[in-house]
Every structure is written in structure tokens, then in C-alpha cells.
Design a binder for this molecule. Structure first.
Ligand SMILES: Nc1ncnc2c1ncn2[C@@H]1O[C@H](COP(=O)(O)OP(=O)(O)OP(=O)(O)O)[C@@H](O)[C@H]1O
Length: 948
């Protein structure tokens, strides 16, 4: 037993406190329509945490509070308490019995209790998660739920499988984790936004603080450099002063030494100057001689240049003459070749002219011959045509004669035939016999011939026999010839005699034959004449064409001759012209040759002259060379002497300058030392004025190494420039950076925490998902198999299937139901009848129970649409499950009622107020009856009588 008791007060029609005690097995709730049976179901749903007003058949939540009747006032609250046995540990609470209570007031306040302790709705939901019990689990099946199970939306029935798989808790956890994940993501985004800003501030302040540190460091360096600069300046002044004093002492010594040296120089320079004077005089003499000789060489050079120019001119003229000579010679040769060519052409022209003239004579002769032939053939044609005319006259006469003689022959023939009695039939017959006889005779001769031939091959016969045989054959041949003779005579007798007269030389037929012959001869002659005329005309035609051809060729030849004549004249003129050019060129060539020879003689003279002038010039040059060598020696001596003198003079001059410089230097150093004393004093004074400190404090450092002032100034300027370049410095930056850093690190830690939380949550979601899928598929597979068998059992056959709509997405996939009652095609669920729908839903419910039984189950009038047979099937299964689970069934069906072990009646003895009564199933006269507590019995066929 799971449900033990249900107590209601103020809940819907149960205004008064009502307590129901539930038993194990199957309990049937009976009662007339509207008595409040379903309100009991609503109360159980409500106390289990149902929040949907629709599921509670209310429009608002306070509709569940008793709202009064004609005689009763509405109540201010509704309360339901459900006591559950937990001995089997269905609920995750350490108590053998659990009481859940829910109360709601009209003002909307709600209270929940678990074992009389106040609780939250959430606690109650968690308590029943994955138990099959709960507001949306499958423990309560009513009409609305059937629709939900068989909904056309496959995802509407997922809850059954999820509950059976026990993943509702996971789903809640997963939803919770996902919500947390979303919140974490939102937080992350928000913190990230703040972090971005904090990071920006951090980076900014960090930069500023770093700048402050740098700035301070630069300021420190600047101060040190300023002291060092002053010290360096001071040190340089002091060093300078020391060096000035040392120089002063040195310069005084040097001045004394110089004064003594200058006296010695004076004496030596005087002696050197005298020796120098002598050498200068000798140098002047040599230079005069060289100048004179150079003038001579110059004159000879000019002369040589002049002669050379002339010589070059002569060479040029000689070249020119040679070139001209070459040119003329080449031209002469070319022109002579040209002339020879022209002469050859003229000779060719003569030959060609003779040839053309011969051709002309030939053409003229041919034309003459052809014309004579034409005239001759014309005469022949005339004669032939005259003869033809004559023959045609003769033929006309012959035709007349032939006509006449033919008529005569016909007449004579008719006359002679009729007179001679000639029979052509008798003649033909005799002729036939004659031919046959001759044929037989010929055959006989053949046989005889063969006999004689065979006789040579066979020698069986005697000569006598052969002689006898031949004699016999000759006798028979003689007889045959006689016979032939008489036959021929007979045949001759059949031929008419007048034919011979006709054919006699003077006979009429012979005359006709003569006429025929003459006619034929005349016709042949005419024919021959015509053929001859045609042939002659064709011949004349061809001769005319030939004459025309010869005439054209003659014309061409005459034109060629004229052309040739012109060309020959032109060639002759050209040859004459070339001859003239040759004559002229020969004359020019003679002139040029003479010129060349003259120039060659001049060239020889000039060459001689050049040689002489060059000799004179060389002599002069040699003299100059000798003098120059002497002069060079003299110069070197003078240069050496002069440089010695000059050196001495320079030394003297340098010494004098130095003497003067030293005096000035000594004076200058004096004034500088005084000036330095003033500057040293000023450095001390200025430093004190600028810093308020005495530079004497740092005097000890003067003994140390101090970089030089210019370097220090450079460094100082660089530092000052760096400070200036830094611009405005935020002197608060270090403190501000510390704050920004603190915030930055804090937010960074937060982000890391959030990211970790995010990763953890994602892992949780993944794990829950994977576990949920595993559990879901396990349950789904089993339920699916159970559903098929349960469906067949309830329907007594048929087919049913469950299919995942989206197998790739198990946790969101809907589940398709395909149901095919026996003998029907697999059909859409909406096409099922009411009873079929109920049975299919029940099959699904029981299939689920087989996998995960619900601790209790309430079925609200699900048998309403079933016929007796199906109710029987339903009860059979129900009783089986009733052994393991607790069933509370609201029904009006007598068969179902008899299937229950316990009967609970609901009635409204006061209008609108529901109360409960207990019954049991009894037996009366062998038939089941309902028996009240008072022992009253009533037939199951009209159970409503109880309540009326
Ligand atoms: N808040 C309420 N106060 C008083 N009575 C209520 C309230 N809510 C519902 N009722 C009454 O409860 C009754 C309906 O009860 P219920 O639906 O449980 O009947 P039932 O026995 O299941 O009937 P049926 O057999 O026809 O299904 C109605 O008469 C209705 O007026």
C-alpha cells in the first residue's frame, strides 16, 4: 500500500472534513455524476503540488476552495492531507510514513507541510521526482491525460518516458545547471564589461605611475648633473688656471733662449748672401745663351713646319694623282668592257635582223602559196558542182527509164507465169527432195570415209573382202548419182524457161540491171562530188586561217624588225658615246700620270731639305741641353744655398715671431689668470644663489673624476628634454595605480572564478545529458517492447510501435505512436475510436508500469468507452498489476466494479456537499451485488440506486 489516507476540508465540494482510507489492490470509486469523485482526484493532484488551474479544472486557484451552496457559506480556505506509506522507501525521506499537506487561503496565501513541518512547494516536487508520482507523472490517468498520451504532438508524451527513466530529477538538475550557466554567462559578461573598463583604468594608471617613477628618477639625475656640471666647470677653471701659470713660466724661459739665438742667425746669413750673388751672375750668362739657341731652334722648327706642310701637300697631291689615275684606269676598263658589250649587242642585232628578214620572206612566200592553193581549189569546187548538176539531170532521165522498165517486167512476168503453169509448191517439194538426197549421199560418203580410215587400224579383213566392199559401195554410189541426176532433171523441169529469157543479155531484167548500175554510178559520183566540195571548202577555210596567221606573224616580224632597228641605232649611239668617254679618259689619265711623276720628284727634293734642317736643329738642341745641364747644377747649388739661407731666415723670422708671441702670450696669460679667478668666484656665488647651498660642500668631489662640462651639459639637456617631453605628470598616479591594480586583480580573480564555474557547469550539463540519454534509451527501449506486447494483449492482436522522432536528439525528441488494432491498417491516432484510444493509452500506461511501476495509480473513468470484451481484457491486465500496485479507479462500469477488491462510494446527501461511503462486493443468488455497510444489496446493473 502506498496511499493510506486522504483528508479534505473545504476542497471543492468536500466542504466538511472528509477522510478516505485507501486499501491495497484495486479500489473502485463509485458515485453518480457530479457527486465529487473527480474532485478527489483533483485533491490528490493538488496536494502533490499541481499548479495548473486547468489541470485542476478551475479558472483560478481559489476555485479549489469550497464556494458554498444554497445552504452553506463559502469557506475561507481549502486543505488536503495525503498520508503515504514509505515502508518500501519510495520517497527519499527517512520515515515509514509521510504526510503531505497543502492549504490555500482565499487571499492567495499558500502553505505546504511535509510531516507537519512547513515546507516549500519545491521540496514537495523534489520528494516525488522520478517516483512516477507527482503532478505531471503517469500515476494519474484521466480522460485529459489520455488525450495527452495520444496527442498529435509526439513531444507531449515524453514526460511518461522521462519519469519512467528517472531522469526528471536530472532534467530539473540540468535545467537548474543551465539556468546557472546562463546566469554565470550573464555575470561573466557583466564582469567582463566592468573588467574591460578596470583593465583600461589599470593600464592607464600603470602607465601614469610608471611615468611618475621615471619623472622622479630624471629629476634626481638632473640635480646630480647640475652639481656635477658646476663642479666640472669649477674643476676645469682651476685646471686651466694651473695650466696658465705653468705656461707663463715655460714661456719666460723660452723667450730668453730665443734672444741669444737671433744674434747668431744675423752673422751667418750675411756670409751666405755674398756666395749667392756670384752664382746668380753665372746663371744669367747661361740663360742668355740658351735663349739665343732656342731662338735658332724655333726658326728651324718654323722652317721645318713650313717644309713639312709643303711635303704633306705634295703627298696629298701625289695620293690625289694616284687616286685619279686609279679612278681613270678603272673607268677606262669599265668603259672598254661596256663598249665591247655594246659591239657584241650590235653584232647580235645584225644576226637577229637577218633572221627576222628571212622569216618575213618565208611568211610572204607561204601566204602566196596558200592563196594560189585556195584559187586552185575554188576552181575544183566549181567543176565538181557543175558535174553534180549534170549528174542530177542524168539521174532524172534514168529514173524515168527505170520506172518504165519495172512496169514492163511486172506485166511480162504476170503474162509468162500464167502461160508457163509454174508451181512454186512443186518446185519447193522437188528442191527439198534434192537437198535430202544430196545430204544422204554426203552422209554415205562420210561413212565410207570412216570405214576406210578404220580399215587402216584393224587388219582383220582380207584384201578381197575390202575390194568386194568397195565395189559394192561404188555401185551403190553410181546408182545414187543416177538417182540424183533424175531428181535434178525433175527439179529443172519445175523452173520456168521465161526466166532465162528475162536474164538473157538482151533480156528485160538485164536492161533493168544496166539502168540500176548507171543510176548507182551517177549517185556515187554526185556523192563523191559533194564530199570533195565539202573537203575542198574545209581545206580553203584552213588555208584562209593559215594566211591570216602568216599575215599576223608577218606583221609581228615587221614590228620586231622596226624595234630591232631602233635598238640597234640606240646601241650604236651608245657605243659612240662610250668611245668618246674612253678617248677623254685616256687623255685625263695621261695628264694625271704626268702630274704624279712631277709631284714625286718634288717630294724627293723636299725630303732632302727636311733632313738638312733637322740636322741643324739637332745640333742647336744638343748645345741647349749641355747649357741646361750646367744651369741645372748651378740651380741646384743655388737652391740648396737658397733653402739653407731661407731656412736660416725662416728660423730667424720664426724666432722673431715667436719672441713676439711669447711676449703677447705671457701678457695674455696674466689677464686670463685674473679672469679665471673671477669666474671661479662666480661659480660659487651662482650655485649658492640657485640652490641655497654652498658648492664648497662638494669641494671634496673635485678630487674625483668628473666628466667634462660639455658632456655633462649634454646629459643635463637630454634629461631636461626628457622631462619636458613627459608633459604633464599626474603626481597622484602612484596612489591611483595602487587602487586600480587592486580592483583589476579583484575582477580578474572573479572572471577566473566565473570561467571555472562555467566550465564546471558545462561539465555537469554534459554529464547529466549523457546519463539522461543512457537512462532514457534504456527505459524507452523496454517500454517500446512492452507497449507492443501489451497492445496485442489488450486488443487481442494488432500491431503497435513507438518511434523516436529525432533519434539524434534523444533528450528533446518526441515519440511517435503507431497503433494498428487487429484487422485494421496502421492508422493515424486521431482515426482511432474512443475505446481504441482508451485501450492504447492503457497499453502505454501498463507498458510503463512494467518498466517502472508507480506506487499507486488513479484511473478516472478510462473504461467509459470500452465495450464488455475490452473491459474484460482491461480488467485481466489490471488485476495482474493490482497485485503489485495500488489502483484507485473511478468507474461506472459494473464489470470494473466487480474487478475491484474495495469499493468507495461518493455521494451528496446534502446538495453540493460531497461525502464518502464504504461498500463491498457481495453475492446474491450467484450474481455479484454491491453491499452497503448497513447490508443493503443492489444489483450491479443499476448501481446508481445507491446514491439516489
Ligand atoms: N469550489 C467548489 N465549491 C463547491 N462545489 C464545487 C466546487 N468546485 C466544484 N464543485 C462541484 O463539484 C461537482 C463536480 O464533481 P466531480 O466532477 O468530482 O463529479 P464526478 O463525481 O466526477 O462526476 P461524473 O461522474 O459526472 O464525472 C460539481 O457539482 C461542482 O459544482
Amino acid at each position: 500500500m502506498f496511499l493510506k489516507t486522504l483528508e479534505m476540508i473545504g476542497f471543492k465540494s468536500f466542504a466538511d472534513k472528509t477522510k478516505l482510507d485507501f486499501a491495497d489492490g484495486i479500489t473502485c470509486l463509485l458515485g453518480p455524476n457530479g457527486c465529487g469523485k473527480s474532485n478527489i482526484v483533483d485533491s490528490i493532484k493538488w496536494v502533490l503540488g499541481e499548479q495548473s488551474t486547468k489541470a485542476l479544472r478551475a479558472s483560478r486557484m481559489d476555485d479549489v476552495i469550497f464556494n458554498g451552496t444554497d445552504n452553506r457559506k463559502p469557506m475561507g480556505f481549502a486543505e488536503v492531507s495525503l498520508t503515504i506509506s514509505n515502508e518500501e522507501g519510495h520517497l527519499a525521506i527517512d520515515a515509514p510514513e509521510v504526510e503531505i499537506r497543502r492549504r490555500v487561503y482565499r487571499n492567495g496565501n499558500a502553505e505546504y507541510y511535509i510531516n507537519r513541518s512547513p515546507a516549500l512547494l519545491k521540496n514537495i516536487k523534489e520528494l516525488f521526482l522520478d517516483t512516477g508520482v507527482g503532478k505531471s507523472a503517469y500515476s494519474i490517468l484521466e480522460q485529459g491525460k489520455i488525450d495527452q498520451i495520444l496527442s498529435h504532438k509526439p513531444e507531449d508524451r515524453r514526460y511518461i518516458f522521462e519519469e519512467a527513466a528517472g531522469i526528471s530529477r536530472f532534467k530539473t538538475q540540468m535545467n537548474e545547471a543551465q539556468r546557472k550557466l546562463e546566469r554565470t554567462m550573464e555575470n561573466l559578461e557583466q564582469v567582463d564589461a566592468i573588467f574591460t573598463e578596470a583593465k583600461r583604468t589599470y593600464t592607464l594608471r600603470k602607465g601614469q605611475a610608471e611615468r611618475v617613477v621615471i619623472f622622479k628618477e630624471l629629476e634626481k639625475q638632473k640635480t646630480l648633473l647640475e652639481v656635477d656640471t658646476q663642479l666640472s666647470t669649477l674643476k676645469s677653471y682651476l685646471l686651466l688656471k694651473d695650466s696658465y701659470i705653468a705656461n707663463q713660466t715655460k714661456f719666460a724661459g723660452e723667450l730668453k733662449h730665443l734672444t741669444e739665438l737671433l744674434e747668431q742667425f744675423e752673422n751667418e746669413i750675411g756670409a751666405e748672401q755674398e756666395r749667392m750673388q756670384e752664382k746668380m751672375s753665372r746663371r744669367s750668362d747661361i740663360q742668355s745663351s740658351i735663349s739665343r739657341l732656342e731662338a735658332v731652334v724655333e726658326g728651324l722648327n718654323d722652317k721645318l713646319s713650313l717644309i713639312s706642310d709643303r711635303f704633306r701637300e705634295m703627298l696629298r697631291r701625289k695620293d690625289e694623282a694616284e687616286n685619279q689615275e686609279q679612278t681613270y684606269s678603272e673607268r677606262l676598263e669599265r668603259e672598254r668592257n661596256e663598249l665591247a658589250g655594246k659591239k657584241q649587242i650590235l653584232a647580235d642585232f645584225v644576226q637577229r635582223k637577218e633572221r627576222i628578214e628571212a622569216e618575213i620572206t618565208g611568211y610572204q612566200g607561204n601566204i602566196e602559196l596558200s592563196r594560189n592553193m585556195i584559187a586552185k581549189q575554188e576552181g575544183e569546187i566549181e567543176r565538181k558542182e557543175a558535174d553534180t548538176l549534170e549528174q542530177e539531170t542524168i539521174q532524172a532521165g534514168l529514173n524515168e527509164s527505170l520506172q518504165k522498165i519495172t512496169d514492163d517486167i511486172v506485166m511480162e512476168l504476170d503474162k509468162q507465169l500464167s502461160e508457163s503453169g509454174y508451181s512454186s509448191q512443186a518446185r519447193k517439194r522437188t528442191e527439198k527432195q534434192l537437198i535430202e538426197y544430196i545430204t544422204a549421199l554426203v552422209n554415205s560418203l562420210g561413212t565410207q570415209k570412216k570405214f576406210l580410215s578404220d580399215l587402216g587400224k584393224t587388219s582383220g579383213l582380207s584384201a578381197t573382202a575390202i575390194m568386194e566392199s568397195q565395189e559394192k559401195y561404188l555401185d551403190s554410189l553410181e546408182e545414187s548419182l543416177d538417182e540424183l541426176k533424175s531428181l535434178f532433171q525433175e527439179y529443172s523441169g519445175t523452173v520456168p524457161v521465161f526466166i532465162d529469157e528475162f536474164l538473157a543479155p538482151q533480156g528485160i531484167i538485164t536492161q533493168k540491171h544496166d539502168l540500176d548500175k548507171r543510176m548507182a554510178a551517177s549517185r556515187r559520183r554526185v556523192q563523191d562530188n559533194r564530199i570533195a566540195v565539202v573537203s575542198l571548202r574545209e581545206s580553203n577555210q584552213r588555208l584562209d586561217e593559215q594566211v591570216e596567221l602568216f599575215r599576223v606573224q608577218l606583221q609581228d616580224a615587221q614590228l620586231d624588225l622596226a624595234d630591232l632597228e631602233g635598238k640597234r641605232n640606240a646601241a650604236r649611239d651608245m657605243a659612240a658615246q662610250i668611245q668618246r668617254i674612253i678617248d677623254e679618259t685616256e687623255m685625263s689619265l695621261g695628264d694625271v700620270r704626268r702630274t704624279r711623276r712631277n709631284v714625286e720628284a718634288q717630294i724627293a727634293d723636299t725630303q732632302e731639305m727636311i733632313r738638312k734642317v733637322e740636322k741643324d736643329r739637332q745640333e742647336a738642341k744638343d748645345n741647349i741641353m749641355t747649357l741646361r745641364e750646367e744651369l741645372e747644377i748651378l740651380r741646384n747649388e743655388m737652391d740648396a744655398q737658397s733653402s739653407e739661407l731661407s731656412g736660416k731666415r725662416n728660423l730667424q723670422s720664426t724666432s722673431l715671431s715667436r719672441q713676439q708671441e711669447l711676449r703677447v702670450e705671457i701678457e695674455t696669460l696674466n689677464s686670463r689668470i685674473m679672469s679665471l679667478d673671477e669666474m671661479i668666484q662666480k661659480v660659487y656665488t651662482d650655485f649658492y644663489d640657485n640652490t641655497g647651498k654652498s658648492l664648497k660642500e662638494y669641494d671634496k668631489r673635485l678630487e674625483e673624476d668628473i666628466p667634462d662640462t660639455s658632456y655633462l651639459r649634454e646629459q643635463l639637456n637630454a634629461i631636461k628634454q626628457k622631462i619636458a617631453n613627459m608633459g604633464t605628470i599626474n603626481h597622484m598616479a602612484e596612489d591611483e595605480f595602487e587602487q586600480a591594480k587592486e580592483r583589476y586583480e579583484f575582477l580578474n580573480t572573479q572572471i577566473e572564478d566565473l570561467n571555472k564555474a562555467k566550465r564546471d557547469l558545462e561539465e555537469v550539463v554534459t554529464e547529466i545529458r549523457s546519463r539522461s540519454e543512457e537512462l532514457f534509451m534504456d527505459s524507452y527501449t523496454k517500454i517500446s517492447a512492452n507497449f507492443q506486447s501489451m497492445f496485442r494483449r489488450l486488443f487481442g492482436g494488432g500491431r503497435a510501435e513507438l518511434n523516436l522522432v529525432d533519434p539524434e536528439n534523444i533528450l528533446e525528441s518526441g515519440i511517435d505512436i503507431l497503433a494498428q488494432p487487429p484487422g485494421k491498417k496502421l492508422t493515424n491516432l486521431t482515426l482511432l475510436s474512443g475505446g481504441e484510444r482508451s485501450m492504447t493509452a492503457v497499453a502505454m500506461l501498463f507498458a510503463t508500469y512494467m518498466v517502472k511501476p508507480s506506487p499507486f495509480s488513479i484511473l478516472d473513468e478510462i473504461d467509459a468507452a470500452l465495450d464488455d470484451k475490452n473491459v474484460g481484457n482491461f480488467l485481466s491486465v489490471l488485476q495482474e498489476f493490482g497485485l503489485k500496485s495500488q489502483f484507485i479507479i473511478i468507474t461506472h462500469n459494473k464489470h470494473t466494479v466487480t474487478g475491484g477488491q474495495t469499493l468507495l462510494g461518493v455521494t451528496q446527501q446534502e446538495a453540493g456537499i460531497s461525502t464518502t461511503v464504504s461498500y463491498r462486493v457481495g453475492n446474491q443468488a450467484g450474481a455479484p451485488v454491491i453491499v452497503s455497510e448497513q447490508g443493503k444489496t443492489i444489483s450491479l446493473d443499476s448501481p446508481s440506486e445507491f446514491f439516489n
